[in-house]
Structure formats: structure tokens, C-alpha cells
Ligand binder design. Sequence first.
Ligand code: A2P
Length: 329
Amino acid sequence: MKIALVGATGLVGGVMRKVLEERGFGQHDFIPAASSRSIGREIEFAGKMFRMVSVEDAISAAPDIAIFSAGSGPSLQYAPQFAAKGTVVIDNSSAWRSDPEIPLVVPEINGDVIKSTDKIIANPNCSTIQMVMALCPLHKKYGIKRLVISTYQSVTGTGMKAVNQLRKERAGESCEKAYPYPIDMNLFPHGGTFEDNGYTTEEIKLVNETRKILRDNDIQITATVVRVPVTGGHSEAVNVEFRQEFDLDEVYDLLRNMPGVQVQDDPARNIYPMPLWAEGKDDVFVGRIRRDFSQPNTLNLWVVGDNLRKGAATNAVQIAELVRNKFLK
Ligand code: A2P
């Protein structure tokens, strides 16, 4: 089997290599690609050095699977060209997520939607993935009516330039800016770009992608995305109104029984999810689980996940595993 990684030199690309290796893809032929700036450069994968190739050369090699993490532009341009060669593209950008013909997949939740004929599969937005992991079992049981979400998103979600901005600002050095303002000792309610309706693209992703993954367009959703000077993962305060009554003990059980979710909730011992603990882990952590006394059938949750792992690389590699095991063996 041949596997290509487009955007192999990027922040997510680096974690993709690690996760591919961890999950047994190291024995397959590996084709790393990035922009023309990186052609010929050597990178490491599964204990061996590989030379970076152009995306065109990766397409010509007709890999079985191509994982993309190079942004929407390259995905729009190249994914159809890979697909025409028979390659299954797993795309981490937002380019294809809202296309009704393209599956948007979190394997634990809706892996069943992938068909043998699908050649482009979208990996959801990082903050959506971790949130739906926690919400899925609760939605199945009680039906979600409305979500009010506030996110506290790590700079790693913006890529290498943003992580570099935070580090350099902290060290008092000048650098190229990924954000319009300093991010060290600061935060801003601005993720992605502003739309005419006053919401940002990151906020709209949370609305549309949650509905698509949970297969329920009736869920009412409103979100505020905030970028914070943190590197370990994204955190989210989620207020969930259900269509019917819930039982708090049962909520704990449902969350504990969800594969890929860990309940971390012991306020008496100051135990609650934090990016500090979530960093480098594949699980999504849920805590501060409590009834919202201000209105009926409503719950508050605090959800934390490493946005580079389950929010990006791990989820994409899990999709690759599904495709390999179901359609390529
Ligand atoms: P390169 O390193 O050659 O610029 P990050 O999100 O950390 O900024 O990483 C972005 C990734 O996407 C990098 O691997 C980058 O490659 C890659 N990339 C950017 N533009 C293109 C492009 N036009 N074609 C292919 N890969 C691209």
C-alpha cells in the first residue's frame, strides 16, 4: 500500500507522521509532499529518511490514500486530481466539508457513512471533533435542542507561524505575525475570518459541521471562538439544552462508555480537564459536568482535547484505517 502526505512539513503534518507511525502505517510506501519550497528536503518517517516531492509527483505515483494537511487552496486544486487516479483523499482542510456529496467523518460517530466509491473524505474542524465526541452519546439518548459554545483555542490550530509568534513574543523577540495582535498575555474573540453576519468562519464551522456529523439539522447552535495563548489543546465551555429530561448519573455513564472520551471530573480535588494534561493524548476529556439551574433540561460541560491529535491527525489516520480495512484489503 502507498500513502501520500500532502503538507508533510507542517505542524499538523508532523503529528500526522507520528500518528501514522504509531498506528502501524510505517510499513507502507510513504510519499511526503508539500509546496515547491520543500521539494528535495529530507524528512523522517518510521525511522527512515524520505525526500519531499511535488504534489504533482505524488499524484503521478497514484497512492492508495493521500492525507492532506496543506490548507484549503491545495485541497481544492489537488484532491480531485488524486481522486481521478483512484486515490482516496482524506482532507483536513475546510475545502470539502460542507459539500453534501462528501462524507464528514468522526469514526467513532459516523464511520458508517463512508462508501467504497467515496474518493474524498473530509476530516472535521478540530473544535467540532472534540465537542461531538462528548455530545454524541448524549444526543442519542436525550436529543440536543440547542448548544451555546464558547471556545478557548490553542495557537497550534493556526499552524507553525502562530506557535512561533507566541514563542517569540514570550522571548521578547520580533517575528512574522500570524495574528493581527500580540497573542502572548492576550486573547481575542477572532478565529478565522469575519463573515457579513458578524460571525467568524470558525464559529460557523461549529454550527454546520456539528449538524452534519450528528445528522440533525434541527439542532440550534451558537458559538463564540476565542484564541488563547495556549499550545496544548482546545478547551470548550458547552451549554447543552436537551429535548427531554436527563439524569446526571446517567450522563456520567454515557460519557464514560463513549470510546475516546475520558471523564475527568473531581472538583473537590481540583480535577478538571486542561490543555496541560490533554497535550499529546488521543482522548477527549470532559469535566465540570453540572446541571444548568437557569433553565430545564440543560447541562454544562467543559471539553478539552489536543487539537493536533484527535482534532486533526488522529482522526484523519483513524479514517485511513477505516478505509484500508474496509475497502483496500
Ligand atoms: P511548505 O513547508 O513547503 O510551505 P502549517 O499549517 O504548519 O503552516 O503547514 C502548512 C503545510 O502545507 C506545509 O507542509 C506547507 O508546505 C504545505 N503547503 C502550503 N502551501 C502548499 C501548496 N500550495 N501545495 C502543497 N503544500 C503546501
